[in-house]
Design a protein around this ligand. Structure first.
Ligand code: SIN
Length: 284
């Protein structure tokens, strides 16, 4: 079957069909997949049946898989593959369901070199619900008034593992895991090299404050930008199908999980993060 790539939505994203990635794709196909990812921010490859090792081989088409920061999420036989399961519970033993990542975020922005991309593979899906939503931060930046783009152009933001602005507490970590993640500073607007364009770089649970502003002004600006980006024109909701591998670009997207499925319908995903670089400041 020939490779077919179609748009997923007006906001962002494409889907690819006609591939069985248990066999390595030829060089032209691999190049087409990487280009589709870089230009459209989300690439969904349909109808795959991949072991964790095969998922890692697919991930390597897009870069170098990154070690997982939180050891309790690692798959024992493939430590670069994380298990995201709706059956996970908070680590202090409380019987609270934990669907991770339910607010708009970009992965691991609390690190110096946040992952360029994330792959998520649908292993087990609920009968309904459990979509992943994506927000196009290049389009959101481009839609800002010129005066706002000028106001935020040179600003930088502190990202924490758990921001004091975060609406919820994150999963408990070990002392060693906590020691690995001091606060970091990133530009508020970052340059996306593949498309030579600027993107807002925001993340609900990680953004602490704007370095150059007083706290009140910083909170007001971050709130203003979060309201701006959360508009349907920038958003694509991915309704998962069995066998989907979705790869998304953390440099120019936020995403969130939706905890809208029944407790007796487990949702299990395998995740691989791809190494990235320190965000480049936006070009003005
Ligand atoms: C995540 O936020 O990294 C996971 C998204 C999802 O499970 O839909």
């Amino acid at each position: 079957m020939p490779l077919v790539i179609d748009l997923l939505s007006a906001a962002l994203g494409v889907e690819a069909r006609g591939l069985d990635l248990r066999q390595p794709p030829d060089a032209d196909t691999a190049r087409a997949l990487v280009a589709a990812f870089e230009q459209n921010s989300v690439l969904c490859i349909r109808e795959q049946r991949l072991s964790p090792a095969q998922l890692l081989t697919v991930a390597k088409l897009f870069g170098t898989p990154k070690a997982q920061v939180n050891k309790h999420q690692q798959l024992p036989d493939a430590p670069e593959v994380a298990i995201l399961s709706s059956e996970s519970r908070v680590s202090d033993g409380r019987e609270t369901r934990l669907v991770q990542g339910t607010t708009w975020h970009t992965d691991h922005s609390f690190t110096v070199r946040p992952p360029k991309a994330t792959l998520l593979y649908a292993v087990r899906l609920p009968e309904s619900g459990g979509d992943t939503s994506f927000c196009n931060m290049r389009a959101a930046y481009a839609a800002l008034p010129t005066s706002t783009r000028e106001r935020i152009g040179g600003l930088n933001a502190v990202h924490s593992y758990e921001s004091s602005r975060s609406p919820r507490k994150m999963m408990r970590r070990t002392t060693a895991e906590e020691a690995q993640s001091p606060d970091v500073t990133h530009p508020l607007v970052r340059f996306h090299e593949p498309t030579a364009s600027n993107a807002l770089y925001l993340s609900t649970t990680r953004l602490e404050r704007i370095v150059e502003l007083e706290r009140t002004a910083s909170d007001a600006l971050l709130d203003e930008l979060m309201v701006h980006v959360d508009q349907e024109q920038f958003v694509y909701h991915h309704a998962w199908q069995a066998g989907d591998v979705v790869i998304w670009d953390n440099r120019c997207l936020m995403h969130h999980a939706n905890a809208d499925f029944s407790l007796d319908q487990p949702r299990l995903m395998h995740r691989v993060l791809i190494e990235g670089e320190a965000p480049l400041p936006g070009r003005h």
